[in-house]
Design a protein around this ligand. Sequence first.
Ligand SMILES: [Zn+2]
Length: 426
Amino acid sequence: MKKTYEMLDKSDVLQRARKIIFADRDNTIAQHKALTLVPAFSRHEEKRADFYQQLMEAEGFESVRDSVNNVYTVIRGTGNGPTLYFTAHLDTVFPMDTPLEIRMNGERYACPGVGDDTAALSQTLTLMRAVRDSGIRFRGDLIIGGNVGEEGLGDLYGVKQFFKDHPEGIDGFVSVDGFPHSIIYGGTGSYRYEVCFSGPGGHSMADFGMPNPIHAMGRAIAKISDVKVPAKPWTTFSCGVVEGGTSVNSIAHDCKFLLDIRSDSKECLDRANEEIMACIRTAVEEENARWAAERDRDDVSPYKPGPGELPHADRVVSCRVVQVGNRPAGSQPRDLPLVRACAADYEYFGYETGYIAASSTDANVPISLGVPGITIGGGGTGSGAHSLAEEFDPAGLEQGVYEMFMLIAALLGVDGLSEPLLPPLK
Ligand SMILES: [Zn+2]
């Protein structure tokens, strides 16, 4: 595989592409900054999808906008080659009203979402330009663009939709959404829930003795925090958002938290899931039982239902668990041709490959469907992902883009130069 890279790198057409990519640096950065300023909270990507599509069309690329706002272009090959779907995600973790402003810090620039994944998104445009202007002819077809729904409650709905629309015919998948020179080749599965507690609610003093949804939620979170999970396969859980209640002197009528459970193995995921669901059920039972035991004792709880009010037995906290995320887990061998081809690319350029056995990325979807998929890093380095202080360091950006260009060329094969490194699925 290294030989393929050596040969391609020395060819006129790849050297032309290299020059184009290096000369495009300022333009890449300008488009990156412009894209960063368009908010794109998961499931609210329309505006950014519009802008990205405009940028593509302004360059003369025919774009496809699918039913969920994935945007891509298809660059047909000369034939007899595999089809590669190469994508970066359009969405960010930041709500639509998050102030977006680019702050310079020397060469680095900062803004929420700047690294994850807008840097890679802008680089897909650079890659398209380099394909067009270098005149390279791939053997296989390249589908390249931006997809929605990678982050949070997006639940990978963009890539899920893409593979619904393309149940066959895709031989490989590359998502650019990682650390430089890394390869994520497995999919961490996750279940995500909204856990909602509710009760009649009332006055904090007058109705004292009534089960309290917020107390029930507190009990549930305390129990969940004590759940033991294996470190191998890596299994984790977290209550990420809590909300609810109306005032300091009210017993809330509802509250909720968001829960994320993950594992590299489906079996461990299911086991942790079961245990955590039991914690939630027990918490509700305990909250109700605690007040049921005391409410008839006037010295503890003078609260008695008045005329027309619900009887005691009905004044309970209940809980509703709504699954809001289900990311499929999946694994594939590290010696898969797609993984080896990407590692050979990094190694040809003198980098050590950072293998990551599993993570939760868009590649989960193809991997779970049996389509080879990886998530890799692009040009430049992001830091502080998912924080308001997120930064991007463009050092080496153009080199990283060229490495991606080489990867695409090697995977698809180049007309008259090389055989595709990506085998067709059937
Ligand atoms: Zn990302």
